[in-house]
Ligand binder design. Structure first.
Ligand code: HEM
Length: 345
């Protein structure tokens, strides 16, 4: 059985002790999340510029187009199921736009994601292996297009093919792994975050009103909403030596799960942990992790979720829960599986 860290204090201690809590948990290549030490540092340095202010400022108008198209095409006469109509399509289209991928790829990736979700829930290992190969194939095709000059040279995909480590281009399996880390993990996280944000707004008309009046607080509110309703539930570590925390001790080589939801609602750190509060200390929020593996995609995630929420609040004067009861997602997914919302009625 995997050991679990649930207390905020213990999670923080583990995140800041990467020599004792290694990220090399599986034998699969996972760039950079499955790496430690100097190797991890080198790959972090390669990917961080992809989330710089300059890149995100250029991406913002393209992201706004994605959001406007989704919201303009929304049939809001009836109750809207948020995950199917906004959460998943938004996560996928925003990611395709960020990567500079052709629109035609969206349908292929939508089908791939549905199959991946089904296989993950069933823990169907042969299906997951076949899906991993299919993903590599899809992404390598995009790298080949970029290398043949068929993609905008400024696009993230083209720029990835230009990366060099010690003067050498990165092999395709490393490039695929980088994109897998950004896509496979993060599409589900962004989709879950969208569902949680809309679900929270639909159930909290006062916060909705406050944010319409003061949209500059949207990013702050989103971080607090997602502290309450974690879109990403766990990450793992492996102990490199015997480690003790209070009444918990782990042998060397123990796989330890970090429970983000538990840590972020730890009553020892958060007063009334399940209440939304405006005046929390943002430094205590572990939504994007901490330490050397802290989320490098945080600025992109904040841009996507912030712009989406601002546009949604601008477009609809009221957001309320729909008639059908919502269904929560089951681990390893966070947020909602289905949630119906009424817009403007
Ligand atoms: C609401 C959205 C997101 C949340 C809540 C989130 C959360 C996290 C957390 C908690 C970690 C730390 C994992 C650990 O300690 O093992 C992490 C790592 C990471 N995230 Fe995010 N993330 C989000 C969006 C994104 C996006 C959009 C991208 C890129 C497109 C991204 C790329 C990464 C990568 C590459 C890592 C691994 C970093 C490393 O190991 O050094 N994330 N994320």
């Amino acid at each position: 059985m995997t050991a679990v860290l649930t207390r905020h204090h213990d999670v923080l201690a583990a995140l800041h002790a990467p020599e004792q809590f290694s990220n090399k948990v599986s034998s699969h290549l996972n760039v950079p999340n499955g790496m430690d030490g100097a190797e991890h540092k080198a790959f972090r340095a390669l990917i961080e510029p992809f989330f710089s202010d300059v890149v995100l400022t250029q991406f913002q108008p393209k992201l706004q187009v994605v959001i406007d198209e989704l919201l303009d095409n929304l049939d809001a006469h009836d109750d809207v199921e948020i995950m199917a109509t906004l959460g998943h399509p938004f996560a996928l289209r925003a990611q395709c736009a960020f990567m500079g991928w052709p629109v035609a790829l969206e349908q292929r990736l939508t089908e791939w994601m549905a199959a991946q979700n089904a296989a993950t829930l069933k823990q169907d290992r042969p299906a997951l292996r076949a899906l991993a190969d299919e993903f590599s194939h899809i992404v390598v095709e995009q790298f080949e297009r970029a290398r043949r000059g068929l993609t905008d040279p400024e696009s993230v995909t083209s720029q990835l093919t230009q990366l060099r480590l010690s003067g050498e281009p990165l092999p395709d399996d490393y490039l695929v792994s980088i994109v897998r880390n950004w896509t496979v993990g993060e599409l589900g996280t962004i989709a879950a975050a969208v569902g949680s944000i809309v679900g929270f707004l639909a159930q909290n008309p006062v916060v909705q009103k406050q944010l319409r009046a003061a949209p500059m607080h949207i990013d702050h509110a989103i971080d607090e909403i997602l502290r309450l309703d974690a879109p990403l539930l766990t990450n793992r570590r492996r102990t490199t030596c015997p480690v003790g925390f209070g009444d918990q001790s782990f042998e060397a080589n123990t796989t330890v799960a970090i429970d983000w939801r538990a840590a972020n609602t730890d009553p020892e750190v958060f007063v009334e942990p399940r209440q939304f509060k405006w005046d929390r200390d943002p430094h205590l929020n572990l939504l994007y992790g901490a330490g050397v593996h802290v989320c490098p995609g945080k600025p992109l995630a904040q841009l996507e979720l912030g712009l989406f929420t601002r546009s949604l609040l601008n477009k609809f004067e009221t957001i309320r829960l729909g008639e059908q009861p919502f269904e929560r997602a089951q681990p390893p997914r966070g947020g909602y599986r289905k949630i119906w919302v009424k817009f403007n009625h």
